[in-house]
Every structure is written in structure tokens, then in C-alpha cells.
Design a protein around this ligand. Structure first.
Ligand SMILES: [Fe+2]
Ligand SMILES: [Fe+2]
Length: 309
């Protein structure tokens, strides 16, 4: 079989237009309108003290507050994700429409999580605002090299975000908090499905070029929140509490994507470079699974949200 020459990003986006249209229509078939203010327990608003600081909240443990802090600041960095997605997806109507729609949906996440944190008095609002300013001023985000890398990165990142929001919500003591984090996780799940299936279409179009991109993104993946103040300190608490850690990343993100959905191990007729990438990503996935099990043997697996639509 003749091996294909990889298309340019512009040619690939043109080729995948019908698939993008199908996925946008599918998205609208399941996405429901929702309003951030309806998820907030306004009547329970925490009183600030005379210095404008919030009182220490006793009901939510430190790891859960770390997760809310990191999750919210990650959502706050939306201007930079928009910038990247807009740059990657170009100017044709369909891709532009998705970029704008996705941005609007993402914008709700920081609104609802911030309102909840403020009303419940879970994090000092001044600390949170200073961290937001630093995060957005820093503008630190991963920059996938091209469209194939972008699809793979976004699929991994949306799934990681879904799991992180969902697991954070499960630890909140009130049903309003649980419901709103679940609602945000449902959005992330739909975004994940969109990008995962675009990566699948790109794999079908050119398995060699796409497996190389998937290898790069799986083996170098970083959550978009790495520029957040005290990120390492918060990440350690989040990992120890089983909200998001190496084992969850390996078992609930890498394995289902690499072996379950993209079936990287089953690809044939690859170029030499792609065969090397295939082998590399498979070995990496197996290796991090072993490390994850050793470091976090009791990590729970993520209860399934609707994975397929
Ligand atoms: Fe989000
Ligand atoms: Fe998302």
C-alpha cells in the first residue's frame, strides 16, 4: 500500500469539514442550555469579616479547596486557549463557529465555579483574584504544533478536566456544589467527545502523521494549569486525595484513548517514523500504568459519564 504524504493543516481542516459539521450537529443534539446562577446557593452567602476576608470554611477539606482553586484558575485562562484554538482552526465558517461556541461554553465554567466559591466562602476572594491576575498576565499554556497535535491535546485535556471537576464535586459536602461540578463535567465530556472523534477522523485520513502527533501529545502532556501559583503544592494535595493523579491519568485517560478509542496498537501500514511513534506511545502507556499503580494503588476509577453520544 502506498503511504500517504501528510496534508498541510489547511488541507486537513478542509478535508475534515464534513466531519466537523457532523460533530457540531451531534453536539447540539445533546447539549442543553443551562444557567450558572441557577446552581448557586445564594441564600447561604458567607459573610466577609470587617477586613473583607472570608471566614475559614470548615466543611471543605484542604485538598478539595486546592482542586477548586486549580480548576477555577485553569478555566480563567480561557483567553489563551481561545487564542490557540482560533489560530489552529483557521477562518472557515464551520471551524470558526465551533471555536466561538466552545469558547462561550467554557466561559460559563469560571462563572459558576467562582460564584460558588465566593458564596460559600471557600477561598479568600483576594487571594483568588491575585492568583487570577497572575495566571492571565502570565499567559502560560501549552501550544500544540499543528492541527493533528491540537486534536490529540484537546481530547486528553478535556477528558482530564472532566475527571478533575467530577471528582472535585464528589468531595463537596452540599448537593448544590456536587450538582454544579457535575454539570461542568458534562460540558467537558461533550468537548472531549468532539476532539477525540476529530483525532479519530485524522487517524483514518492519515494514520502515520496522526500517530506521530498522538505520541508527542500523550508522552509530553501537561495540564494547562502549570502556570498557576503554587501549582506543585496544590497538585500534590489533589493527587494524594485521589482527585487527579498519575494512576487516574494513566487508567482513565491514556489507556482508554490509546488502546480503547484510537486503537494505536492495531494500526498497520505505517511509515518507519510512525512505527517508531506507535511503539513509543505504547511503551509509554504501559510504563506509566505500572508507575501509577505503584504510586497510587487505591485510586478509584472514574464513574462513567455518558461516554458516547
Ligand atoms: Fe471548562
Ligand atoms: Fe471543555
Amino acid at each position: 500500500m502506498a503511504l500517504l504524504t501528510a496534508k498541510t493543516d489547511e488541507q486537513l481542516l478542509e478535508e475534515l469539514l464534513p466531519e466537523a459539521e457532523r460533530l457540531i450537529n451531534r453536539h447540539f443534539g445533546v447539549q442543553k442550555e443551562w444557567f450558572p446562577h441557577e446552581f448557586i446557593p445564594w441564600t447561604e452567602a458567607a459573610k466577609l469579616d470587617e477586613n473583607g476576608n472570608c471566614p475559614e470554611s470548615e466543611n471543605v477539606d484542604e485538598a478539595t479547596r486546592s482542586a477548586l482553586f486549580v480548576n477555577l484558575l485553569t478555566e480563567d485562562n480561557l483567553p489563551y486557549y481561545y487564542n490557540d484554538v482560533n489560530r489552529m482552526f483557521g477562518t472557515s465558517d464551520t471551524w470558526q463557529y465551533w471555536t466561538r461556541r466552545w469558547t462561550a461554553e467554557e466561559g460559563r465554567h469560571s462563572i459558576v465555579i467562582r460564584d460558588y466559591i465566593t458564596v460559600k466562602g471557600l477561598i479568600d476572594p483576594k487571594e483568588l483574584e491575585r492568583a487570577r491576575m497572575a495566571q492571565v498576565e502570565g499567559g502560560e499554556t501549552p501550544h500544540p504544533a499543528g492541527v493533528r497535535d491540537g486534536f490529540a491535546y484537546l481530547a486528553i485535556q478535556e477528558l482530564a478536566t472532566r475527571i478533575s471537576h467530577h471528582n472535585t464535586g464528589k468531595r463537596l459536602p452540599d448537593k448544590e456544589g456536587q450538582a454544579l461540578m457535575r454539570r461542568v463535567a458534562i460540558d467537558e465530556n461533550l468537548h472531549y467527545l468532539f476532539y477525540r472523534d476529530l483525532a479519530s477522523a485524522a487517524l483514518e485520513e492519515n494514520p502515520s502523521a496522526t500517530v506521530e502527533a498522538i505520541d508527542r501529545q500523550i508522552t509530553n502532556f501537561q495540564m494547562p494549569g502549570t502556570g498557576i501559583k503554587d501549582f506543585v503544592k496544590h497538585s500534590k494535595k489533589i493527587a494524594k486525595a485521589g482527585i487527579y493523579n498519575f494512576a487516574i491519568h494513566s487508567e482513565n485517560i491514556v489507556k482508554p484513548l490509546v488502546f480503547g478509542h484510537w486503537k494505536i496498537d492495531k494500526l498497520t501500514d505505517l511509515t518507519d517514523a510512525a512505527k517508531a511513534a506507535q511503539e513509543h506511545v505504547i511503551k509509554f502507556s504501559e510504563k506509566i500504568s505500572k508507575i501509577g499503580q505503584r504510586l497510587f494503588p487505591k485510586s478509584e476509577s472514574e464513574p462513567a459519564l455518558a461516554e458516547s453520544i
